[in-house]
Design a protein around this ligand. Structure first.
Ligand code: GLN
Length: 489
């Protein structure tokens, strides 16, 4: 495809190669994606901010460097949309919250430094559930992002804006964050690839903290190869995040062509329980058959503590959130309420600034950590978390990768779950255990419902086995064509 009209359909791999070779300017790529966004964004609301001048200035600087004869980086001229929870110098950083409505970041997150060094073009700030707390992108204080396959439905969350930006080809790549499914679930509901990286694989320096023992940054893309490209740029040790691992970064692209011949795939029976929608179940079973047809061996496995994932996650995540969000106090960098004294300054700033979902979680977490309840709730949750981790250890003693659904159901209509806490939390039942165990997992497009809503399949692998995930996803992608379908013309 060479016409400018079709540029937004090209892969990140092809765009970067063409830009580095001087066949396309970064400016022409940026303009094509800005034009695409101008035509589809008004109906989708994926972005909280997309400043064309800032985008073009970056692209022009990249072109100028190439014109001077400099060799460009691996993401030369490739637009990357950024979840508005990841700090970008001189750009807004709202976290989807009124309390940070006017905040502008004075510094770059580690992943943003890496993107700049790779000659990517930072392409706007994407919408999210407030402080990443939610599964639909409807708890954002600012706007409701729509699913491009059916704008009357939600895109999933909390990284819904990033998923939609990529699904609607407003950007070839995007970054999101995961605490309990916030990349995989919207990727599944929007028909794109989304990777939750191993805990410690990517530095969280500059990502606003929600639950620090769970949070990770990860990529969205429209192919396994593009996912590998972005992962290779952001992965690796950073001394400013003490949990970032000193683990070599493999050549992720090299794993893509390895196929699945002889790969041992486990099918956890707890991922196929009564709560899983029949079309989702049928789609995942078909995907397993496809992988078997490609030479993988499959066997049944058990993750017996899966049913405790939701209570454990919502105790650990809210406890950590209650501590992490104490910094938004009206004194430091947040919106400050008028108040006669210090105590009212705190309570009014936080009372006005936080939305209901965030307040609910701060209260729950504070309660779970309080004297007299700590042993019964937080400590018990941590003990069960260890059992969940051991379930995965036992399963991975026999298999290389696990396969199951991502979300129990396809995208539902806007408003269907956001006011029903249990319904919303149950959407995370098949994703939170990977976060609690610290392993890596991805969602890849695997089919559609009869009503043409995307369904993803989840692949899970041991810590730092991202190459196994990419290899499996690439083999599945080559054998199917779900990821080539487009939601809107
Ligand atoms: N939906 C989950 C929550 O609300 C997960 C969110 C996330 O991964 N950030 O906590």
């Amino acid at each position: 495809m060479s016409s400018v009209d079709a540029l937004h359909r090209e892969s990140a791999v092809d765009l970067a190669r063409a830009c580095a070779a001087g066949e396309r300017s970064a400016r022409s790529i940026a303009d094509a994606f800005l034009a695409r966004a101008a035509s589809v964004e008004p109906g989708l609301d994926a972005f909280l901010e997309l400043d064309a001048a800032r985008v073009r200035a970056q692209a022009d600087a990249i072109d100028a460097r190439r014109d001077r004869g400099e060799t460009l980086g691996p993401l030369a001229g490739v637009p990357v949309a950024i979840k508005d929870l990841i700090a970008e110098r001189d750009a807004p950083l709202t976290c989807g919250s009124r309390i940070l409505e006017n905040y502008v970041s004075p510094y770059d997150a580690h992943v943003i430094e890496r993107l700049r060094a790779a000659d990517a073009v930072l392409f706007g700030r994407t919408n999210l559930d407030e402080f990443a707390m939610g599964s639909t992108t409807e708890t954002s204080a600012f706007k409701v992002t729509k699913n491009p396959w059916d704008p009357a439905r939600f895109p999933g969350g909390s990284s819904g804006g990033s998923a939609v930006a990529v699904a609607a080809r407003m950007a070839p790549l995007a970054l999101g964050t995961e605490t309990g499914g916030s990349i995989r679930q919207p990727a599944s509901l929007c028909g794109v690839y989304g990777l939750k990286t191993t805990y410690g694989r990517v530095s969280r320096y500059g990502a606003a903290a929600y639950a620090s023992s769970l949070d990770q940054i990860g990529p969205f893309a429209t192919s396994a190869a593009d996912l590998a490209l972005l992962l290779g740029v952001i992965a690796g040790r950073d001394t400013r995040d003490s949990t970032s691992a000193d683990e070599p970064v493999p050549d992720y692209a090299a794993s893509l062509g390895q196929g699945v011949e002889g790969l041992r795939i486990g099918v956890p029976r707890e991922f196929f329980g009564d709560g899983v929608d029949p079309e989702v179940r049928a789609t995942v079973e078909r995907a397993i058959e496809t992988l078997r047809g490609l030479g993988a061996e499959t066997r049944d496995v058990s993750l017996p503590h899966t049913e405790y994932g939701i209570p454990v996650y919502y105790l650990v995540a809210t406890s950590e959130a209650s501590s992490n969000l104490a910094r938004y106090d009206g004194v430091h960098y947040t919106t400050r309420a008028d108040a006669p004294d210090l105590e009212h300054l705190y309570t009014r700033s936080r009372g006005d600034g936080f939305g209901l979902e965030v307040k609910k979680r701060i209260m729950l977490g504070t309660f779970a950590l309080s004297a007299g309840y700590y042993d019964a709730y937080y400590k018990k949750a941590q003990q069960v978390r260890t059992l969940i981790r051991r379930d995965f250890d036992a399963a991975f003693a026999d298999v290389d990768v696990l396969v199951g659904p991502v979300a129990p159901a396809p995208a539902a209509p806007l408003g269907a779950v956001v006011d029903d806490a249990l319904a919303m939390y149950m959407m995370d039942v098949l994703t939170v255990t990977a976060n609690l165990a610290g392993i890596c997992a991805l969602s890849c497009p695997a089919g559609f419902t009869e009503g043409r809503l995307p369904i993803g399949v989840q692949l899970l692998a041991p810590p730092f086995a991202e190459p196994t995930l990419l290899r499996t996803a690439a083999a599945f992608e080559a054998a199917t064509d779900y990821s080539r379908e487009e939601p809107i013309a």
